[in-house]
Design a protein around this ligand. Structure first.
Ligand SMILES: Nc1ncnc2c1ncn2[C@@H]1O[C@H](COP(=O)(O)OP(=O)(O)OP(=O)(O)O)[C@@H](O)[C@H]1O
Ligand SMILES: [Mg+2]
Length: 238
């Protein structure tokens, strides 16, 4: 089977900082792949590079057969490539509804937008109850749901989740993992960055472990759970 997304020797550099150093990743349609590693390992930089938000200094990114290395983030959303960023990047002074609408900016079809709203409100009923409330006045967990909901508004084919459970109560974390499982059933391919390693490997098919900008291990989720490489990647962090 061919890959939905492939990174070939991709590097990301911010001036003097080489955040990602020549990594190879290959993800098939319908897979959930965990991207793990200690703080500063280069996980967010990798996701941001895929969606055109971090500078790729070398290598190629191929999405569904197209070289998207130099594509801007605006041109990637219509292709079905979406990032739910780390932290709760919701617009504080826009309503819940308008925050969601921004996620659908690349969608032209009104009926499709309406269906997307319904889907998000069904997944997160609290967002429906609060649809007129300002994003900034939601609780932390509600803001995280809003950030995820916004990423779902354009019906992504490839969804990049950067620490979706960060700072959330255990019950909400469970709901978010249930949502990830549901999205998989709907055929969405997912790259999941998570500090909750055991939950991530529990839901993922495969995983990659990063340390200091490199991939230091990869394999199926079960074998990674058992490996000492994973532990070392965290312990050996800068
Ligand atoms: N915009 C930037 N400018 C300069 N350096 C950056 C920038 N973004 C990230 N870095 C650096 O690149 C390295 C990798 O950061 P990145 O955010 O990708 O790590 P991460 O694996 O997501 O870490 P965390 O688990 O803490 O979120 C770090 O050393 C970080 O300081
Ligand atoms: Mg990060």
């Amino acid at each position: 089977m061919t890959s939905l997304i492939e990174l070939k020797s991709v590097s990301v550099s911010y001036d003097a900082v080489n955040a990602v150093r020549g990594i190879d990743l290959s993800i098939k349609d319908g897979e959930i792949v965990a991207l793990l590693g200690a703080n500063g390992a280069g996980k967010s930089s990798t996701l941001n590079a895929i969606v055109g938000l971090a500078p790729v200094s070398a290598g190629k990114i191929i999405f569904d057969g197209t070289d998207i290395t130099d594509f801007s983030s605006e041109t990637l959303a219509p292709l079905g490539l979406t990032l739910s960023p780390e932290g709760r990047r919701v617009f504080a002074t826009l309503s819940v509804e308008d925050n969601l609408m921004l996620g659908a900016y690349s969608v032209k079809d009104k009926a499709q937008i309406k269906a997307a709203y319904e889907r998000v409100y069904e997944l997160f009923p609290i967002l429906f109850e609060r649809k007129q409330q300002y994003g900034g006045t939601l609780s932390g967990g509600q803001q995280q749901m809003l950030a995820l909901g916004r990423a779902l508004m354009c019906s992504p084919r490839l969804l990049l989740l950067d620490e979706p459970s960060l700072g959330l109560a255990p019950i909400i974390v469970e709901q978010i993992f249930e949502l990830i499982a549901l999205l998989r059933q709907q055929g969405v391919t997912i790259i999941l960055v998570e500090q909750n390693v055991s939950m991530a490997l529990n839901i993922a098919d495969r995983g990659y472990v990063m340390a200091s900008g490199k991939i230091v291990a990869h394999g199926d989720a079960a074998s990674l759970s058992d490996s000492t490489t994973l532990e070392n990647a965290y312990l050996g962090a800068e």
